[in-house]
Design a protein around this ligand. Structure first.
Ligand code: HPA
Length: 276
């Protein structure tokens, strides 16, 4: 089997041949959160299944395309649809695109996801900026041989979400009158939603929100020294004492409604961003 470095080389060569040459910011769009893509002046669009070593997205509401173009004057490379461990991919596959982003020259990474609100002061439809996370995924993408050319064996995680990026998002939110919480995201494998006892547990261990993604990607971004920020759209309230059955369609609709706020924040963030 080809090793990770060889796979990355092949993917990079393919994307560069498609004229994806100088992306500045990487964007990963979560479940129900594809509308930002409509704002991009698209130069190149490639379905995942055409990209060497990209797994094929299987969750039907993910359209699974890599998009390169301009958004708010910045060259962006966006993943419309991400890979989840619960779909059966390995952690290497889930995080492979993040490594590709960094090696293509991406300087910052912005991720989004749909998450349940464990902190009951936060409401359905609200946004939360990740300040920190708890990794409850059953595997870690850095297990196995460490490629020193990609990053250190024992990466620091004292600030997994870049404080400068978070500050900029908070400032923009304030100026635009968009309420934004800050909190801790717990990443579980899913695909089932949580039990009442699990929501109680998540609250006790310090989570404000829970979802099934993001943390593996953020671990790899930190491994490679790629600054990142994540915005969660809170799609349901995880109140163990009043737990209504969670309807995935409702989650997607809530994400889509709240997405307008996310689009404003990301566009304005990019407009103000000055890269080295
Ligand atoms: N739990 C896990 N993942 C989720 C949830 C939830 O309540 N809501 C949206 N994604």
């Amino acid at each position: 089997m080809a090793d990770l470095i060889q796979k990355l080389d092949e993917t990079l060569a393919f994307l560069k041949a498609k004229h994806i040459e100088a992306p500045e910011v990487g964007i990963v769009l979560g479940t129900g959160l594809g509308a930002l893509v409509d704002e991009i002046e698209v130069e190149v669009e490639i379905p995942y299944h055409e990209i060497p070593h990209f797994p094929v997205a299987t969750v039907e509401f993910h359209s699974g395309r890599l998009i390169y173009g301009t958004l708010s004057g910045k060259k962006v490379l966006a993943m419309n649809g991400r890979f989840h461990y619960y779909e059966g991919y390995s952690m290497e596959e889930v995080t492979f695109p993040i490594r590709v982003f960094k090696l293509l020259g991406v300087e910052e990474l912005i991720l989004s996801n749909a998450a349940g609100a464990v902190n009951l002061d936060f409401k359905k439809g609200d946004l939360m900026l990740l300040d920190d996370h708890i990794n409850l995924q059953p595997e870690n993408p850095l297990v196995g041989k460490n490629y020193d050319s990609l990053g250190p064996r024992f990466p620091d995680m004292s600030a997994p979400y870049n404080p400068d990026m978070n500050r900029a998002f908070e400032e923009i939110a304030q100026e635009k009158n968009i309420q934004i919480h800050k909190g801790v995201y717990a990443s579980v494998v899913g695909p089932n939603l949580e039990t009442r006892a699990e929501y109680r547990y998540l609250k006790i261990i310090g989570a404000d929100a829970v979802g099934m993604s993001t943390v593996p990607e953020v671990i790899v971004a930190n491994h490679m020294g790629l600054p990142c920020a994540t915005l969660s759209v809170l799609t349901d309230e995880c109140d163990p004492d009043n737990l209504a059955p969670v309807d995935i369609q409702d989650i997607i609709e809530t994400a889509q409604k709240a997405e307008k706020k996310l689009v404003i924040l990301v566009k304005e963030y990019l407009a103000r961003l000055s890269l080295a």
